[in-house]
Design a protein around this ligand. Structure first.
Ligand SMILES: Cc1cc2nc3c(=O)[nH]c(=O)nc-3n(C[C@H](O)[C@H](O)[C@H](O)COP(=O)(O)OP(=O)(O)OC[C@H]3O[C@@H](n4cnc5c(N)ncnc54)[C@H](O)[C@@H]3O)c2cc1C
Length: 402
């Protein structure tokens, strides 16, 4: 990818910009924090936008046009995200559209694609992801949820945890243990699709530090799963799981430099508005140096991502630098929000709007929420192990999720 758009990309960028100007309800533009989940964003608020995106085919921007998606390649997808974020819109990231969709396109049978992919791309089926279990997070392959072979399919017994949005989702994709005594723990795992309203499924809420109901514990007691809901070969689910994790490297909002740019703009605005010693916090050169350092780190991430996209655009394999996007992006997000909180002082710690006015509380909620960035989708420690092993060729020191 060139840093300057090609003619085709410039035309596509203009199309996205025009569409956003014409179709996005004004109330959704310019949200202050640009976070995925927050007090301003709920399904009802986003519903008109989602409906317009489905009509345009961009609800699942990367899915094939054959299934109703936007058919965008990786580079176009990045341009789409950049424009989206510059318009002040919340990052678009769907468990069904961004994680499961590409897997169903690659590993699903035609019947599975017709039954699940098309409605997912239209936003009619909402998905949850059932990977983590108590005791099996970073060391995911040690998972234990039992799936015994029975006539016509599998019988599930066990538990998942940290299942984001399972209380709002219709279906869940799960990694389950179909062979309790494999040679290697990565073997004997299968990837299955389960109706969250099937008999024997129980979703129990877990409330988080930021005050939201985002997570759940999800229990499975004698849940029957027909054989046609197994994706890929039985016992070969680890291959499917690894392919799914690969998609997160580019699509997850923590790896999106446009989101970082907006967070820094918000921080600068807060520093200009926050009074200090007859002027504003922004007048302090030490603070401006800290902001400049964050901006430079954001630029490093942006250009490193462009370098990857250039390789991919030429048909080459993604380079080792892709391993650091999530690690670097998540830690950068946290550094930006921490400085934002310092800039706002007491106001940045306030949990509710009183007595500081309408925006108070947002930063504190964001700061609590952003702690999750270095845990979800692989913790920073585990990401560093992966970089040490695969990129730097250092000897293995612990258990990773591969
Ligand atoms: C916001 C959010 C959303 C999530 N959504 C989902 C979801 O929808 N579905 C789902 O299945 N899961 C989800 N998760 C769970 C997430 O994938 C796990 O939390 C993550 O993989 C870490 O696993 P764990 O919590 O079991 O921690 P553990 O693996 O127990 O780790 C505990 C600590 O030990 C460290 N550690 C572990 N192994 C090593 C090692 N080898 N070397 C060095 N340090 C190590 C970790 O870095 C961490 O600090 C979500 C998590 C968050 C925060």
């Amino acid at each position: 990818m060139n840093i300057n758009d090609t003619l085709e990309l410039a035309a596509f960028r203009a199309e996205v910009r025009r569409w956003i100007a014409a179709e996005v309800p004004p109330a959704l533009k310019g949200l202050r924090q640009g976070i995925v989940q927050g007090p301003e964003l709920d399904a009802a608020t986003l519903a008109p936008l989602d409906a317009a995106l489905v009509r345009k085919g961009w609800f699942a921007a990367s899915a094939s046009r054959e299934w109703g998606g936007g058919g965008l390649g990786l580079v176009e997808r990045v341009v789409f995200e950049e424009e989206w974020s510059l318009a002040g819109l919340p990052p678009r990231y769907g468990i069904g559209t961004d994680l499961l969709g590409p897997i169903l396109e690659r590993y699903g049978t035609e019947a599975q694609q017709r039954r699940f992919l098309a409605p997912t791309v239209r936003g009619e089926i909402v998905w949850a992801q059932g990977y983590s279990e108590p005791g099996s997070g970073s060391d995911l392959a040690s998972l234990k949820l039992r799936a015994d072979a029975v006539e016509g399919g599998l019988l599930l017994n066990g538990q998942k945890i940290w299942t984001s949005g399972a209380h709002k989702a219709h279906w869940i994709f799960l990694l389950v243990r179909t062979d309790p005594n494999p040679r290697r723990k990565q073997e004997g795992i299968s990837f299955v699709l389960v109706d969250l309203h099937a008999p024997g499924v129980l979703v129990k809420p877990i409330l988080t530090l930021d005050g939201f109901h985002h997570f759940n514990e999800t229990f499975f007691e004698n849940v029957r799963v027909p054989a046609d809901q197994i994706v890929g070969e039985v016992h070969q689910g680890w291959q499917v799981a690894k392919a799914l994790m690969g998609h997160e490297r580019f699509t997850h909002p923590t790896a999106n430099p446009a989101v970082v740019e907006r967070m820094i703009e918000n921080l600068k605005q807060a520093a200009r508005e926050q009074p200090q010693g007859g002027g504003a916090v922004w007048d302090d050169p030490a603070l401006r140096r800290q902001v400049a350092a964050l901006e430079m780190d954001g630029d490093c991430m942006r250009y490193t991502r462009y370098r990857s996209l250039t390789r991919i655009g030429k048909g080459e394999a993604p380079g080792p630098e892709t391993m650091i996007f999530k690690l670097f992006g998540a830690e950068l997000d946290q550094r930006i929000v921490e400085l934002h909180q310092q800039v706002e002082g007491c106001q940045g710690l306030a949990w509710g709007a009183e007595p500081f006015g309408a925006i108070a509380g947002e930063t504190a909620v964001h700061a609590a929420h952003i702690r999750a960035a270095t845990i979800r989708g692989g913790t920073s420690e585990v990401q560093r192990n992966v970089v040490a092993k695969r990129v730097l060729g250092l000897p293995e020191v612990g258990v990773g999720s591969d």
